[in-house]
Design a protein around this ligand. Sequence first.
Ligand code: NAD
Length: 362
Amino acid sequence: MTRRPFIAALGATAAALATRARADEPSGKKLGWALVGLGSLSTNQIAPALAKCEHSKLAAIVTGTPAKAEKWKETYNIPDSHIYNYENFDNIASNPDVDVIYIVLPNSMHEEFTLRAAKAGKHVFCEKPMANNAEECRRMIAAVKQAGKQLGVAYRCQFEAHHRECIRIAREKVLGNIKHIEAGFGFKIGDPTQWRLRKKLAGGGALMDVGVYALQASRYLTGEEPFEISAQETKTDPVKFAEVDETIVWTMKFPSGITASLVTTYAFNGANDFTAFAENGMFGMKSAFGYDGQSGWTSNKDLKIAFPPSDHFVLEMDAFSAAILANKPFEPSGEDGLKDLLVIDAIYRSIREGKAIAPEKV
Ligand code: NAD
């Protein structure tokens, strides 16, 4: 193969990968989704995305705030019979219009509502991080399995075309074996009273909220699980971050010999990227983990990573609905969420104990 057709073939494979989530979707039916928690993400990203989905639609809402129920009822034309609060939520079991329950609550509430949704006999789609710790993830996986339903974790980047192409370049060793990964995600957090700064509700700080994206990227690029973690935390504002982590840097070793060096923070803006250093070149993404603005690059001028923007929420929700309609297992599943929490638990342990830690196994 000459160089040009080879590059064209790479592009075609990339396009195929980028659309894989939608390729085998059954046509026609839309599954009904119930949103639990009508905060910022539900309001600004998820509900508008549901209106654009091919296989998913907004069917019901669950909220503790009557004023929000009124507003959503009008905006989305939701009947009273499809509006629940946190107390009567369990009645959703008898609502045939609800197939999937999407949990968009503070992290510590993911377990309770996943268990209740499973008991109601519904499929569960859960926001990241999946829970406050690995033990909670294990109970969530068991409950949904027992109900005979699917549990998906909302790792939207896994459906985004630039990320998928980077995964392909990594796994197909287009630039040779990866030797090292650098990744980071963080931002300067505002309001000191928000739940993200309360350990009980958030489970932790920047690492739980955004560091998990950088961790995910290093896991899905390598396709491996780290076996050794070393982490350090630093706090410049011990009042604001009295309960949760502000900035964490950590390293990971993977079985094939790949090393990774990561950072997460609530103290500054700008960290939002990854670089993979391979035997024959480098590739990576800038603006990697936000809702939009993704761009990819490589050190090889003939190997481009460039795709049109997409709505990650449409892609992930339709992929979950499609998997259910086709009776196929969905990835990323609860097990993927658990694997991240096992690493996160090890990171916090490494900080506490001041030494390298081997994460627990699934
Ligand atoms: P938010 O604060 O805007 O909304 C949280 C919702 O939970 C609100 O409607 C609030 O009323 C409700 N709630 C119920 N009990 C509460 C309590 N005790 N304390 C605080 N709020 C309570 O948060 P958000 O940004 O919508 O985040 C919700 C979930 O979505 C989190 O797990 C977060 O990690 C995740 N998230 C994911 C993404 C993504 O890109 N996938 C982006 C943002 C948030």
